[in-house]
Design a protein around this ligand. Structure first.
Ligand code: PMP
Length: 385
């Protein structure tokens, strides 16, 4: 069969491949971006699940825009009047954005390293990614402005809260400055925020979109605060954009499944939902603390990392060695981690000094052993001796 050019060039996701290795017995996986299985709020939707069979209307075709009660819930919690579209995860929102706004050869800006799933969508659509460097307070604003000044940028794809893979959060000043720049140059901002609710320290900051709602598209995921397996996410944006994205969604899959939207709606409106979020944040804070302590105690000067105030990831910089080699050796020691190179487009200068460590899906007591395995992977000479 002759495949389309963009399909031929789409790289297999390193993470999906490593996830299959991660299922091996005795493997400790810090590779995926999975929420803690033990903290999934199954009890909060048990009654809804049990009553599904009594609600046959939920099994009919539905609206492309989404299940009415879920749309109402989202609208009630919105700070803007922008309408919502329910998607199969926020991943589908990225695909719909690309199809609604971008032509092959168009340029988008993305912070590097970047969320791999967004890079795949851009690659599949033949989009050129302009890499934007970032630091602990957010993207390099001078570089951002020089890209915007060039005049060929269609949109800026951003993850301002607990970035995947770096765990970084943009400062308030950066948020305001980015909104101002996008306004000045008339460039669409895509704000992807699946980890925003997972803050366990520090203060919640405004979204960037609040400062420029007329040209922002905000993505919401229910995978990290609810259930990734249900594949429900959403996006809001200017009404003309949402109308076009809805037509594309209709042509793609008609609509997202109604029973799973009803389950998410029940979860969000459950009286114990905010307690669930508190439990989740505490659980992740404890995991992060165990990981951070183990890294400092066992690896000391061999690694560096910035503290994180939420999310699911630590971006670990190795002071020596190549991170792809270390990740490969870690697998032999039954520890799965993702090397930094996986978060760059294939044709870009490769990162070889960092690893992404996920801390949400490992039980706290396992971190000393996980870091011990990483220490062994960092010292192959000592091992073979
Ligand atoms: N954006 C980012 C930054 C992510 O990390 C992820 C998933 N890990 C997604 C979008 C997609 O999430 P979902 O489709 O499950 O909502």
């Amino acid at each position: 069969m002759k495949f389309a050019r963009n399909a031929q060039s789409l790289d297999a996701s390193y993470i999906r491949e490593i996830l299959s290795a991660a299922n091996q017995p005795e493997m400790i996986s810090m590779a995926g971006g999975l929420p803690a299985s033990s903290l999934l709020p199954v009890e909060l939707v048990r009654a809804t699940c049990e009553s599904l069979a009594d609600n046959s209307h939920l099994f009919q075709y539905g609206n492309s825009q989404g299940f009415g009660p879920l749309l109402d819930t989202l609208q009630r919690s919105s700070k803007t009047q922008n309408p919502w579209l329910i998607c199969n995860g926020s991943q589908q929102a990225l695909d719909l954005i690309a199809r609604a706004l971008l032509e092959p050869g168009d340029q988008v800006i993305a912070e590097m390293p970047a969320y791999l799933g967004a890079l795949q969508v851009f690659q599949l659509s033949g989009i050129k990614v302009c890499p934007l460097m970032s630091s602990t307070s957010g993207p390099d604003l001078d570089q951002l402005e020089s890209y915007l000044k060039g005049g060929n940028i269609k949109l800026f794809y951003s993850v301002p809260d607990f970035h995947n893979p770096t765990g970084r959060v943009w400062s308030t000043e950066t948020r305001i400055a980015v909104a101002k720049l996008c306004r000045h140059y008339g460039v669409t901002l895509v704000e992807d925020a699946p980890y925003r609710e997972l803050r366990f320290a520090g203060e919640q900051l405004d979204t960037v979109s609040e400062h420029c709602p007329e040209l922002s598209i905000s993505l919401k995921s229910f995978s990290k605060i609810g259930f990734p397996g249900l594949r429900v996410g959403a996006m809001s944006g200017p009404a003309d954009f949402i109308a076009v994205a809805e037509r594309i969604k209709q042509a793609t899959d008609l609509h997202t499944g109604i029973p799973q939207q009803a389950m998410i709606e029940a979860l969000l409106n459950h009286p114990e939902f905010s307690e669930h979020l508190t439990r989740l944040r505490q659980g992740y804070q404890s995991r992060y603390q165990h990981l951070s302590d183990a890294l400092q105690q066992q690896l000391g000067d061999l690694v560096q990392f910035d503290t994180v105030e939420g999310g699911m990831f630590v971006w670990l910089t190795l002071t020596q060695g190549n991170s792809s080699d270390v990740a490969a050796r870690a697998l032999q020691h039954k520890l799965a981690v993702v090397p930094g190179a996986a978060f760059y487009p294939a044709d870009m200068a490769l990162e070889n000094s960092a690893l992404r460590l996920n801390f949400s899906n490992t039980e706290p007591a396992l971190f000393p052993e996980a870091v011990n395995r990483l220490a062994q992977a960092l010292q192959p000479m000592a091992l073979t001796a």
